[in-house]
Design a binder for this molecule. Structure first.
Ligand code: NAD
Length: 476
C-alpha cells in the first residue's frame, strides 16, 4: 500500500504559490524573493507560575517587508511551530495585497493551551511574550502590528498594547502597535465580528457573480442554502450567525473539538454558542444529533462548507468524499495542496482563505488608521451630514403637505435618511466595499484567463502581481 504523503502547511502554500507564479512572467529571481520568508524569530522565555518556572516557546515570522508595517495575528495554540507561522505569514502578505491593505505579511504564535491557565496567569505570559517581541521591534506601530488569531482576542490585544505603552512611554502612536483591541482601549467598532462579517460579504458577492454560481452549480440566493461550519469560535460563530439571521441560510452542521451537531432543519447558532460558553463544548446540546467523530460531518451533503477552525482539515484522506458545492475558507489553510487538487477535479469551487478571511485585517487596517489619526471615524461629519439631510426632509415635508393624499413619504424614510453614519456604519461600508472590489479583481482573472481555472490561482495572480509591482517600484 502506498503511504499518503501530505506536504507541510508551508509547503502547501508554496505549492499553490508556484502553481500561480508559473503562469506569470516575472523577472528572474523576483519570484523566489517574493516566496521566501524574510525572517523568523524564535523566543523561549520563562514565567514563574504556581511556584515554579515554566518555559514557553513563541515565534514571530516576517514574510515580506515590501510594505511596512508588516501585519498578522498572534495565535495561542499547542499546534504552533515555525512551519505554521511561516505559512501564515506568507498568506498575510498575499491577503493584504489582495484587499489593498498597505502592509507586508507577518504572523506570530505561542505554543500554549490557553485553557490550561487562569486569566491572571495568561496575562503574565502574554505580557512577557509581548515584552520579548517589542524589544526587538516585532511589535511596533510602524514596523510590526499584531492582531488576534486562534486562541487570542480583545483581552490579549489590550494586554499587548498596554505592555508596549509601558515600554514606550513617549510614543504618541503607541496604541497603533496592535489591532483588535477593545473599544475602550483604542479599538474600533465592528472589529470583533469583522472576519465573520467578511465571510458573509464574500458569499454575498459570490452570489452576485452569475458565472461563478454556474461554475459552482448553485442557483438562487443564500436564503435556504444548507451550510456546515467547522469551528464555532470568533470567525465561525459570527459567519454562521450572520448567514442564518440575515441571509436566511440553514446552518445544518456545526463541527467542534468534541464532535459535531447536525440538524437538516437548521441549528440555532446563538443557542449553540451560548451552550459552548456555559459547558465548554457542544456535547449534551439538546435538539440536534450529536456525532462524536466530528470531522465525518465535513463529508455531509450541503451547499456551502465553511471550515473556520484549523489548517489541513480537508486533505488527501477526505477530499474525495466532500459533497459541498462551494467551500469558503474562513480558516487559514484548511485545504491542503493535495486536497485542493482533488476538489478542483471534482468541480467544487473554493473561495480561498487569502480572500475569504480578509475581513479581519481590513478592519484592523481601519483601526490602525484610527489610532494614528487619534479620532473616531464619523466624529467630524456625522452631524453635518444629518443637518444636510434635514434640509431635504424639510423640503419633502412641504411637498407632502402640498400633495395631500396623492403622495406621502414612506414610513421610516425620514428616520433612516436623517441618521448620519457613525463608526460602525462606516466600518461596515468600508469592509463591504473592500470585499466586493477584491472579489471582482479575482473574478475577472478567473473568468477571463483560460489558464486560471480556479479562484485560488486567480487570487494568487492578482496578489503576486501587486507585490511584484511594489518590489519593482522600489528598484529591488
Ligand atoms: P478561535 O480560537 O476563536 O476559534 C477556533 C474554534 O475552532 C474554537 O471554537 C475551537 O474550539 C474550534 N476548534 C479547535 N480545534 C478544532 C477541531 N479539531 N475541530 C473542530 N473545531 C475545532 O479562532 P478564530 O480566531 O475564530 O480563528 C479560526 C481560524 O480563522 C484560524 O485559521 C485563524 O487563523 C483564522 N482567522 C482568524 C481571524 C480573526 O480575526 N480572528 C482572521 C483571519 C483568519
Amino acid at each position: 500500500m502506498t503511504q499518503i504523503v501530505e506536504p507541510s502547511f508551508r509547503e502547501s502554500v508554496d505549492l499553490m504559490f508556484n502553481r500561480a507564479v508559473a503562469l506569470m512572467d516575472l523577472p528572474p529571481g523576483l519570484e523566489e524573493k517574493i516566496r521566501v520568508c524574510n525572517a523568523t524569530y524564535t523566543v523561549r522565555f520563562g514565567v514563574r507560575l504556581r511556584g515554579q518556572i515554566q518555559t514557553f516557546t513563541g515565534y514571530r515570522s516576517v514574510h515580506s517587508e515590501h510594505m511596512e508595517p508588516v501585519k498578522g495575528g498572534i495565535r495561542f495554540s499547542m499546534g504552533v511551530n515555525q512551519d505554521e507561522v511561516e505559512a501564515l505569514a506568507a498568506l498575510m502578505t498575499y491577503k493584504c495585497a489582495l484587499v489593498e491593505a498597505p502592509f507586508g505579511g507577518s504572523k506570530g504564535g505561542l505554543r500554549i493551551d490557553p485553557r490550561q491557565y487562569d486569566e491572571h496567569e495568561l496575562e503574565r505570559i502574554t505580557r512577557r511574550f509581548a515584552y520579548e517581541l517589542a524589544k526587538r521591534d516585532l511589535i511596533h506601530p510602524s514596523q510590526n502590528v499584531p492582531a488576534p488569531d486562534m486562541g487570542t482576542g480583545e483581552r490579549e490585544m489590550a494586554w499587548i498594547a498596554d505592555q508596549y505603552t509601558r515600554m514606550n512611554t513617549t510614543d504618541i502612536n503607541a496604541k497603533a502597535c496592535v489591532t483588535g483591541k477593545p473599544l475602550n482601549a483604542g479599538g474600533i467598532s465592528g472589529r470583533v465580528e469583522a472576519t465573520g462579517r467578511g465571510v458573509q460579504y464574500a458569499l454575498q458577492e459570490f452570489f452576485r457573480d452569475a458565472e461563478g454560481m454556474k461554475k459552482a452549480k448553485l442557483t438562487g440566493s443564500l436564503d435556504g442554502k444548507r451550510v456546515i461550519v467547522q469551528g464555532l469560535g470568533n470567525v465561525g460563530y459570527h459567519a454562521a450567525k450572520f448567514l442564518s439571521e440575515e441571509n436566511g441560510s440553514l446552518i445544518t452542521g456545526i463541527i467542534e473539538r468534541d464532535g459535531a451537531l447536525y440538524d437538516p432543519a437548521g441549528l440555532d447558532v446563538e443557542a449553540v454558542h451560548q451552550w459552548i460558553v456555559k459547558h465548554g463544548g457542544i456535547t449534551g446540546f439538546p435538539d440536534a444529533t450529536h456525532t462524536a467523530e466530528g470531522t465525518a460531518v465535513l463529508e455531509e451533503e450541503c451547499d456551502i462548507l465553511i471550515p473556520a477552525a484549523l489548517e489541513g482539515v480537508i486533505n488527501l484522506s477526505n477530499a474525495a468524499n466532500i459533497k459541498a458545492s462551494l467551500i469558503i475558507e474562513a480558516a487559514n489553510g484548511p485545504v491542503t495542496a493535495g486536497g485542493d487538487e482533488i476538489l478542483r477535479k471534482k468541480g467544487i469551487v473554493i473561495i480561498p482563505d487569502m480572500y475569504a478571511n480578509a475581513g479581519g485585517v481590513t478592519v484592523s487596517y481601519f483601526e490602525w488608521v484610527k489610532n494614528l489619526s487619534h479620532i473616531r471615524f464619523g466624529r467630524m461629519q456625522r452631524r453635518q451630514e444629518e443637518a444636510r439631510h434635514q434640509l431635504v426632509i424639510d423640503e419633502l415635508t412641504r411637498l407632502d403637505e402640498h400633495m395631500g393624499d396623492a403622495w406621502s413619504m414612506s414610513p421610516l424614510f425620514k428616520e433612516k435618511y436623517l441618521r448620519g453614519a457613525g463608526e460602525l456604519e462606516l466600518v461596515r461600508s468600508g469592509l463591504d466595499d473592500t470585499m466586493r472590489i477584491a472579489y471582482q479583481s479575482m473574478r475577472d482573472v478567473w473568468h477571463e484567463r483560460d489558464d486560471a481555472q480556479d479562484l485560488r490561482t486567480a487570487a494568487y495572480l492578482v496578489s503576486i502581481g501587486k507585490v511584484a509591482a511594489s518590489y519593482q517600484a522600489k528598484g529591488l
